[in-house]
Design a binder for this molecule. Structure first.
Ligand SMILES: *Cc1c(COP(=O)(O)O)cnc(C)c1O
Length: 378
């Protein structure tokens, strides 16, 4: 077993071009927020078709900036699904707001729009849609609800950069769309994040927010030959640097081919999984182009499937424990089992199988032959 390399559930792809782009910045005059950050922002904005992009130091910082930009505060509630990474909810709490969990649909584990309206109160200010696994949510339904009640629609698209909904790219489907560039995400900058929007006012607030609440950044001041600056709001140091941004620009050029590669792997899984009775893929809605950040299945003897795969050096894992069941949220919000039953049942079954660009040939056969040993398959 020792000679078989460990196969992670996801990993970055970094080539010589990426390395050269980083080295070029290291040899230049600007290493922190400078011209390369602006270039990365305009590259992502034009790739998704958004007017503005604000790069920050992580997806979590991007979510926090989004919550601050729309003015979330102690009086406000924000609706979100529990089937997400904790950072989605934490960003609301950073601003003193209250996360309100709405269950997901059983087939795709995306926020169920038919359950949203009953959770809207006079304090509700926004809905965060999470494109779980890389599949865009039902944005037409969510938009209609948001407009009817005067709410912001935020997209946590940390999984879905490059995915599409009814022929429209993720990044154009919500008032603010948040991306992460953590190494397992669709593209990486090591750590990094971005928010895209068509709203110039929100973009300006987020630019200040990432830089201590100061109105102009150091690079802009140096360009304009002025020393003066003003801090107008309380902000943070959430800046991305030029070293990271150069990697991001280089990575973004490869994203379309990586999405196709992920979709090809998913199609292979789908085809071969139909022969097995122990696992079942999640439903993919026909109106989306899925980004397949994760390839998630329901496994009917999950503990057994998980153990067998892990023993064989295959890094399957579970995304996600429902956020409302974490000890912090149980204590902070008084949440418990029963408030989102679909997510809670799914959590006992789901398993993320490896999928990433340049996954070694034969990986899916290797994975599924192990899966097939469980539950009487042959
Ligand atoms: C990764 C992720 C985040 C946080 O992004 P970081 O860059 O790790 O801070 C937030 N939401 C979701 C759904 C994620 O997958």
């Amino acid at each position: 077993m020792a000679d078989i390399p460990f196969l992670p559930y996801g990993r970055q792809s970094i080539d010589e071009g990426d390395i050269q782009a980083v080295v070029d910045v290291l040899r230049s005059d600007w290493v922190t927020t400078g011209p390369m950050v602006e270039r990365f922002e305009s590259s992502v904005a034009s790739f998704v078709g958004a007017a503005h992009a604000v790069a920050v130091s992580s997806g979590t910082a991007a979510l926090h900036a989004a919550m601050a930009a729309i003015g979330i505060g102690p009086e406000d509630e924000v609706i979100l699904p529990p089937m997400t990474f904790v950072a989605t909810a934490n960003a609301i709490v950073y601003q003193g707001g209250t996360p309100v969990f709405v269950d997901v649909g059983e087939a795709d584990l995306l926020i169920d729009p038919t359950l949203v309206e009953e959770k809207i109160t006079p304090r509700t200010k926004a809905i965060i849609a999470v494109d779980y696994a890389g599949q865009p949510c039902d944005y037409d339904s969510l938009r209609e609800i948001a407009d009817k009640h005067g709410l912001y629609l935020i997209s946590d698209a940390c999984h879905s950069l490059g995915a599409e909904y009814r022929g429209r790219k993720v990044g154009t489907l919500a008032d603010l769309t948040v991306f992460s560039f953590h190494p397992v995400k669709p593209i990486t900058t090591g750590e990094g994040g971005m928010v895209v929007t068509d709203n110039p006012g929100l973009a300006e607030r987020m630019r200040r927010f990432r830089n201590h609440g100061i109105t102009t950044d150091h690079w802009k001041r140096s360009e304009k030959l002025t020393w003066s600056y003003e801090m107008t709001d309380l902000g943070y140091n959430y800046r991305l640097n030029d070293i990271q941004a150069a990697l991001g620009v280089s990575q973004l050029a490869k994203l379309p081919s990586w999405i196709l590669e992920r979709q090809t792997f998913a199609a292979e899984y789908e085809r071969k999984i139909t022969r097995l009775s122990s696992v079942e893929p999640l439903f993919v809605r026909p109106e989306v182009s899925h980004g397949y950040h994760l390839y998630v299945v329901r496994a009917f003897s999950r503990a057994q499937v998980f153990q067998k795969l892990r023993h064989a050096g295959i890094g399957c894992t579970v995304h996600y424990p429902p956020v409302h069941l974490h000890p912090f949220y149980r204590q902070h919000l008084g949440t418990s089992e029963g408030i989102c039953p679909v997510a809670e049942v799914a959590y006992r079954q789901i398993l993320s199988l490896p999928v990433f660009p340049n996954m070694p040939p034969g990986s899916i056969d290797r994975i599924l032959s192990i899966v097939s040993q469980v539950a009487g398959e042959d």
